[in-house]
Design a protein around this ligand. Structure first.
Ligand code: PMP
Ligand code: GLN
Length: 446
């Protein structure tokens, strides 16, 4: 494929193939490594571009379209304009000020004394923490259990590490009459147990879940924990939305359950924590016996993440530790603000005939679109899942961008979940009002 592309280029440049392809490559059959086959499509690249091309009101990609808190912006400013050392290399596994405060901050919720040097790795966003984890732990042929729906990158990351993803779905159960909640989606314990084999290396948990907003309860986590302990399996727990809890939901760290600290990698993101997704500071926490392997990957690939950004995040956590539990705490204020936005979006979706699933946590709300009938005749992408075609149509014809939910499913289960789309409600009220206007006018015209 790549080779033929290079031939075409050569022809258009009026050179022969011999001139264009280095001698080593002439021997090999293909340019790219096999591990990247089948992972070339990316939902964020595709739909973010489409939303921008059509200048759509964007409730798609998960980022706040409002400013981070002043104390974070000011801290970043101070870091950049301050000491020369903030512009130089820092410690490979985490800026000392940051690992120190992360250790202090999280030891309570992890129920564990955290050593800033041994138990923490600071990474380029949660993405790189995930990448280091899979590269460090997964061998050729190992199985990794992924709970569906899942943040899309888990699957390609497992594949690129040589592993095989084994999927287990959260299944919607009938709840009481009225608005459905993400809490009605649950794992079937027997089905989950049946996925563990001798080859199982790890299970990936995401709570609160993206895209569903499910917050796993302690009893649900205990089922997963028991299986991990029984089979000697590592749990990769992605907790980037941990502060964003609504109503009475409570975030429990699976690493704090008995027997789990020594087998869990807990992943977080400063981008999500401080509403600054461009910061790209994340972390992995866990026992030294696991973390040392993640560090091996990190030191030989990225080495460390931007010093000034780490300095700013360190300040953010220092400030939060001081205000924790008080009204001034950003970790208290942000979910309060988002609670109202979540409520308004749900009401709007119901009024236009969609059926939202109320999230217990996180940035997103998914909604059932099966009652909305539109004419999606587009011969170019007839083989795509229905929700992909629906969202593309909506961006182009209605100027509103969301994300198709089947993107968060494996190819084998995609078909069962192509009647949902995902809305991000971490947006300015004006953006949410613009989206509401589009939806209301559309529903009146139908
Ligand atoms: N995990 C989940 C569940 C996410 O939604 C995201 C996107 N923010 C990430 C990881 C990646 O986070 P970051 O932007 O810090 O790399
Ligand atoms: N995590 C974000 C989301 O779910 C987007 C990540 C990205 O844009 N790569 O919307």
């Amino acid at each position: 494929m790549l080779r033929s592309a290079s031939i075409l280029k050569c022809q258009s440049g009026k050179k022969t193939l011999r001139h264009c392809v280095p001698s080593q490559l002439r021997m090999s059959r293909q340019l790219h490594a096999r591990r990247i086959e089948g992972v070339d499509k990316n939902i964020w690249v595709e739909f973010t571009k489409l939303a921008a091309d059509y200048k759509a009101v964007n409730l798609g990609q998960g980022f706040p379209d409002f400013s981070p808190p002043d104390f974070v912006k000011e801290a970043f400013g101070r870091a950049v304009s301050g000491d020369f050392s903030h512009h130089q290399y820092t410690h490979a596994f985490g800026h000392p000020a940051l690992v120190k405060i992360l250790a202090q901050f999280f030891q309570g919720s992890l129920g564990q004394e955290i050593d800033p040097k041994d138990n923490i790795l600071v990474t380029v966003g949660a993405y790189q923490a995930l990448h280091c984890t899979f590269q460090a732990l997964v061998d050729e042929g190992d199985e990794v259990i992924i709970i569906e729906p899942f943040f899309d990158c888990y699957h390609p990351m497992v594949k690129m590490a040589g592993g095989r993803a084994v999927f287990v779905p959260l299944r919607p159960k009938a709840g009481p009459e009225g608005l459905q909640s993400s809490s009605h989606w649950a794992l079937d314990p027997e089905e989950l147990a049946g996925k563990f084999t001798q080859r199982t290396k790890a299970i990936v948990l995401n709570t609160p879940n993206n895209p569903l907003g499910k917050v796993f309860k302690r009893e649900e986590l205990q089922v997963i924990a028991d299986l991990c302990v029984k089979h000697g399996v590592v749990c990769v727990s992605d907790e980037v939305y941990e502060w964003l809890m609504y109503d009475r939901a409570q975030h429990v760290k699976i690493a704090s359950l008995p027997g789990m600290w020594e087998r869990t990698v807990t992943i977080g993101s400063a981008g999500k924590t401080f509403s600054a997704t461009g910061l790209k500071v994340g972390w992995a926490m866990g026992p030294e016996s696991i973390l040392k392997h993640l560090k091996t990957v990190h030191q030989n690939s990225v080495y460390h993440c931007a010093t000034a950004a780490q300095e700013a995040v360190a300040y953010g956590f220092e400030r939060e530790l001081e205000h924790y539990g008080k009204p001034e705490s950003y970790f208290l204020q942000l979910p309060q603000t988002l609670h109202g936005k979540r409520q308004k979006l749900a009401e709007c979706l119901v009024s236009v005939g969609m059926q939202p699933i109320m999230p217990e946590g996180g940035y997103f709300m998914i909604a059932d679109i099966s009652t909305i009938r539109v004419d999606l005749q587009d011969p170019h992408n007839a083989d795509e899942p229905y929700d992909y075609r629906f969202v593309k149509w909506m961006i182009k014809n209605k100027g509103l961008a969301t994300i198709p939910v089947s993107a968060f499913y494996s190819p084998e289960n995609q078909k069962d979940f192509e009647n949902y789309i995902r809305f991000c409600f971490v947006k300015e009220d004006s953006t949410l009002r613009a989206a509401e206007k589009i939806l209301r006018e559309w529903s009146v015209k139908k």
